[in-house]
Design a protein around this ligand. Structure first.
Ligand code: HDE
Length: 694
């Protein structure tokens, strides 16, 4: 056996990094503060643990090592049981139209005032490390730090919810999360337990049809609507109450992916939505939403053909128009994802005076759940002291002690009433939170109101309000999801429910699943009404023909014409898009001999991450790339995902291999204006040529 020499001789690190005391601070140039332990003790060496001899055992005495490892071991906190995967940003709320007639809440009455906020978007079903683009409802939670306390609007991007009563929430979530015996699928509703549950719960049918629509596969977090879902109350100075629903409307318009694109994005970029939000804010293109309210009285509500306290129902805008009263701007990415995005604790119970709850039984359950979750997730009763959760207005109370108390309260008095100190906090009837004095009658019991019994009229209204394209996508999503369900009676049960929504929808799904005949429809608890179609429920109707906030990819290679690339880049940027260069190598030499650095290498930057694509290639490079599957798929996918394509002559050979057929969205590279116009929208007319829809 050769005798081993001291291992430090073999260490490739320079001497100062190897940790000989005193030399560490020079390693990256400049001056650095001395690294210390949590207790402030200077660290002599951050590379080597304390050993009994150079090749001997590590000593328990090494408090520096133990502290470092112990802290690391506890770096994770329990992830949220739902909405674990989230991305957030700071910004502000600005009121443009006062609601003083309806509420005393200053945030809704002081026009022009900017109130800081923190907004977190999330998927529901997947874990914290899951991908950004599954088919799922998105969380849309806004914490507004008002001068009268924090106001949390903890909503979703879909205006209704699956269930009517808080009692069913754990069942819903257990059904949609990965199945407990096998541990899959992650972040997906396409499996037996979810569809088994919903097939036995007709109240889920409304949210389900929204979840099967393209609303559940958004293109960007910046292109989603947000909804408070439940009815809340506004209370004015006279103590009068008006019901209100809260809405967020993206200024960039709504946009979604197509399902094949969403599925492929999961491979292309796990962080597609997070990166998109980060890059937009980083570049100064701050996302904005209009804030709207639907206001209605108790008497209005009596006349609705549904119960507004039922969270599976929405109020069509045609019935109660939306009044835009403010805007939200997101203009700052968090400094630290854990400290802010992970530790933020939203709670629907956080309301300033002048806003109040309704009796929606789902909301009532939520008022309990969030605080309870946060006590265990954040480790104790002082989580409101974490900077992202702390109010930005003064606060005074007699709550004391507990895990991780960060404050040092002074004085003898931590109770009330008291007579020892003059300036201790006291409740104020005049300024305090007010609960609407609603009279109630009836008897106590575990009951579901009769007025909650109609489960099919609104999903039917939703279906009939959709464009043909949207209907085809919805029918196809049902077929896709149910095709993953192995238990045949579950498929039958779902299609049976669809018959109450629309026989045509049920038939399309049944055909796509290869069913020989339509299964029977279950008994409906209330007769299905024909409500008037509501065009405001469309997604396509709310898309904007714009390139603003979108991204155009340009494929180049050795010898490409730089002038042409510049022409497209300028036109796209003028239309509000960002432009990214993609090339087989990360830098190429252009026709004029100049070097162009690519933003992405072709193999790692598929066309799914762009809204439209262009290609400027020398014929010889086109011939070469026609043998590269990444290049062929770049165009095949752009075509299949209904994107505009501008291509030069050198690219034609790749287009042929990719089966890209000429249509209104496939343009010659010289037609820059035509390309920009086509890039502003999806090529819906192409869809029947590229996929079979139900
Ligand atoms: Fe939540 N929900 N939820 N939820 N929810 C949570 O709270 C819960 C519901 C929503 O970005 C949890 O702090 C119950 C409806 C969002 O941090 C938990 C019920 C809506 C977020 C919880 C509901 C939502 C949550 C998990 C039925 C749309 C993420 C971690 C009574 C209006 C907020 C946490 C963020 C998070 C419970 C129903 C939206 C477990 C019991 C309806 C956007 O407390």
């Amino acid at each position: 056996m050769p005798t081993k020499k001291s291992p430090s001789r073999k260490n490739p690190l320079p001497a100062d990094v190897r940790g000989h005391a005193g030399e560490l601070h020079q390693q990256a140039g400049g001056t650095h503060p001395v690294m210390t332990t949590q207790m402030g003790i200077p660290v002599p060496d951050n590379q080597n643990s304390l050993r009994a001899t150079p090749r001997g055992p590590t000593l328990l005495e090494d408090f520096i090592l133990r502290e470092k490892i112990t802290h690391f071991d506890h770096e994770r906190i329990p992830e949220r049981i739902v909405h674990a995967r989230g991305s957030a940003a700071h910004g502000y709320f600005e009121l443009t139209d006062s609601l003083a007639e309806f509420t005393t809440a200053k945030v809704l009455t002081e026009v022009g005032k900017r109130t800081p906020l923190f907004t977190r978007f999330s998927t529901v079903a997947g874990g914290a490390g899951s991908v950004d683009t599954p088919r799922d409802v998105r969380g849309f939670a806004v914490k507004i730090y008002t001068e009268e306390g924090n106001w949390d609007i903890v909503g979703n991007n879909i205006p209704v919810f699956f269930i009517q009563d808080a009692m069913k929430f754990p069942d819903l979530i257990h059904a949609v999360k990965m199945e407990p015996d096998r541990g899959f699928p992650q972040a997906a509703s396409a499996h037996d337990t979810f569809w088994d549950f919903v097939s036995l719960m007709p109240e889920t049918m409304h949210t389900l049809i929204w979840a099967m629509s393209d609303r559940a596969i958004p293109r960007s977090l910046r292109m989603m609507e947000g909804f408070g879902i439940h009815s809340f109350r506004l209370i004015n100075a006279k103590g009068e109450s008006t019901f209100v629903k809260f809405h967020w409307r993206p200024r960039l318009g709504l946009q979604s992916t197509v399902w094949d694109e969403a599925a492929k994005l999961q491979g292309a970029d796990n962080d597609f939505h997070r990166r998109d939000l980060f890059e937009a804010i980083d570049s100064g293109a701050f996302p904005q939403w209009d804030f709207g309210v639907q206001l209605f009285t108790e008497a209005d509500a009596e006349a609705f053909p549904f119960d507004h306290l039922d969270p599976t129902k929405l109020i069509p805008e045609e019935l109660v128009p939306l009044r835009i009263i403010g805007r939200m701007v997101l203009d700052r990415w968090p400094d630290n994802l854990f400290a802010e995005t992970e530790q933020v604790a939203y709670c629907p119970a956080n309301l300033p005076p002048g806003i109040d709850f309704s009796n929606d039984p789902l909301l009532q359950g939520r008022l309990f759940s969030y605080l309870d979750t946060q006590l265990s997730r954040l480790g104790g009763n002082n989580f409101s002291q974490i900077p992202i959760n702390a109010p930005k207005c003064p606060f005074h109370h007699n709550q004391r002690d507990g895990h991780m108390q960060m404050q040092v309260p002074k004085g003898r008095v931590a109770y009330e009433p008291q007579s020892l100190v003059p300036d201790a906090p006291r409740a104020s009837l005049a300024q305090g939170f007010r609960s609407f004095a609603q009279a109630s009658d009836g008897s106590k019991g575990r009951v579901r109101a009769e007025s909650f019994a109609d489960h099919y009229s609104q999903p039917r209204q939703f279906w009939l309000s959709q464009s043909e394209i949207e209907q085809a996508h919805i029918a196809s999503s049902y077929a896709f999801e149910l095709s993953k369900v192995e238990t045949l009676h579950v498929r039958d049960a779902v299609v049976g429910h669809l018959r109450h929504i629309d026989e045509g929808l049920a038939q399309r799904v049944a055909d796509a699943l290869g069913m020989a005949e339509l299964p029977p429809a279950p008994q409906a608890a209330a007769s299905v009404q024909d409500l008037p179609p509501s065009p405001a429920l469309q997604l396509i109707g709310k898309m904007k023909d714009t390139l603003e906030g979108r991204c155009v990819g340009i494929l180049v290679s050795e010898g490409s014409d730089g002038a042409m690339v510049d022409k497209i880049r300028k036109a796209a940027e003028k239309a509000g898009a960002t432009v990214k260069i993609v090339a087989p190598k990360i830098a190429v030499t252009l026709k004029d001999g100049s070097r162009l650095a690519a933003d992405g290498q072709l193999a790692g930057t598929p066309s799914m991450v762009f809204d439209a694509v262009a290609s400027v290639l020398m014929p010889s490079e086109g011939d070469k790339l026609a043998r590269d599957s990444a290049a062929v798929e770049w165009f095949a996918n752009a075509f299949a995902h209904l994107k505009a394509i501008a291509a030069c002559k050198g690219t034609q050979v790749i287009l042929q291999k990719a089966n890209v057929e000429p249509d209104a969205g496939v343009l010659a590279i010289e037609d820059v204006n035509g390309f920009i116009a086509a890039a502003k929208t999806r090529q819906w007319a192409r869809e029947p040529n590229v996929r079979t829809l139900a």
